[in-house]
Design a binder for this molecule. Structure first.
Ligand SMILES: Cc1cc2nc3c(=O)[nH]c(=O)nc-3n(C[C@H](O)[C@H](O)[C@H](O)COP(=O)(O)O)c2cc1C
Length: 301
């Protein structure tokens, strides 16, 4: 990926698909981490990569339950004995923490480049973590970082304006600050999750992408779903009430026994969908195109 794409598309990821990471992917992430600068190049860091299911499950007591669903949980520690004996308090309070922080950001950016994502977690129970992994006292635990393939790509969180965080002392070359690439809002992406009986109410899913999801018996009400894209979804018995589904795309969606009440389907496209016993009540479907499974002809309404 281009550097700017990596930098500006990184998000804190807190839900993961079931895809496991290979040994090469895990070492690749840590190898990227240790390319970071470090005080005196003493590389005062140590990483644990936890993939063992039983150990991971115990992280419920360390941080959050969602973290245990990541295929790998990194525990980032300082290993500062050597540098602290040389530089004392400044090394202890600053250098070794900065070393690990720089490495950690490298790891998160490398994850994005590999199509993965993770979350930097500072709120955790250090004693519990030390006990579970038998971490020696000489290491300080700085952060927990669950990493995996994102199941849900959250929208970009706002940043303060540059003018609030930057003091230029001296001449600046340009009059106009460069526009940040993240100024454009990206659609939400949700993939590879099972959410039977889920209830979605008053959410803006405009142009969102849903891929490979089980939404059996789900309920969508009062949601703006204009331009939404659904692919490989189980929506059996799903209820859709009062939705704007104009310009939406449904590919290989199982709608058997679904119920649609007063939605707007203007210019919607359905391809390869299964729609046995579906109920459409009071629908506005002007210009919608339906292509039944196994048939070449499209029904244009
Ligand atoms: C030092 C630090 C500690 C953090 N601790 C947590 C945490 O305990 N739990 C969590 O869910 N996110 C945590 N985060 C992630 C932040 O919430 C997140 O980076 C921030 O909201 C900006 O969102 P973004 O990473 O998607 O840009 C932490 C981030 C940092 C840098």
């Amino acid at each position: 990926m281009e550097f700017n794409d990596v930098l500006y598309s990184r998000r804190s990821i807190r839900s993961f698909t079931s895809r496991k990471l290979s040994a090469a992917e895990i070492t690749g992430l840590v190898d990227a981490a240790i390319q970071a600068p470090s005080a005196c190049n003493m590389q005062s860091w140590h990483f644990y990569a936890v993939t063992d299911p039983e150990k991971k499950a115990q992280f419920k007591q360390v941080c959050s339950e969602w973290a245990t669903t990541a295929p790998v949980i990194f525990v980032v520690c300082t290993d500062g004995e050597a540098i602290v004996s040389r530089f004392g308090e400044r090394a202890k309070n600053l250098f070794i923490l900065q070393d690990t922080a720089a490495a950690l950001e490298n790891l998160l950016l490398k994850a994005v480049d590999m199509g993965l994502g993770g979350c930097w977690m500072g709120a955790f129970n250090e004693d519990e973590c030390r006990k579970i992994l038998d971490i020696p006292d000489k290491y300080n635990i700085v952060a927990i970082v669950p990493v995996g393939e994102p199941a849900f790509m959250p929208p970009k969180r706002d940043r303060k304006p540059l003018a609030d965080v930057l003091t230029v002392v001296g001449e600046a070359a340009a009059d106009e600050p460069e526009k940040r690439p993240d100024d454009k809002k990206e659609p939400m992406t949700i993939r590879g999750v099972s959410a039977p009986d889920a209830i979605f109410n008053d959410v803006n899913f405009s142009h969102a992408l849903f891929e490979n999801i089980n939404l059996d018996h789900a309920e969508f009400s009062n949601i703006n779903m204009e331009g939404v894209r659904f692919s490989d979804i189980n929506m059996t018995k799903t209820f859709f009430g009062g939705l704007n589904l104009s310009q939406s795309f449904f590919g290989c969606v199982d709608f058997n026994e679904a119920q649609f009440e007063s939605p707007c389907f203007d210019n919607a496209v359905f391809k390869g969908c299964s729609m046995k016993n579906v109920t459409f009540e009071d629908c506005d479907m002007e210009g919608a195109v339906i292509k039944p499974k196994g048939k070449d002809t499209e029904i244009k309404l």
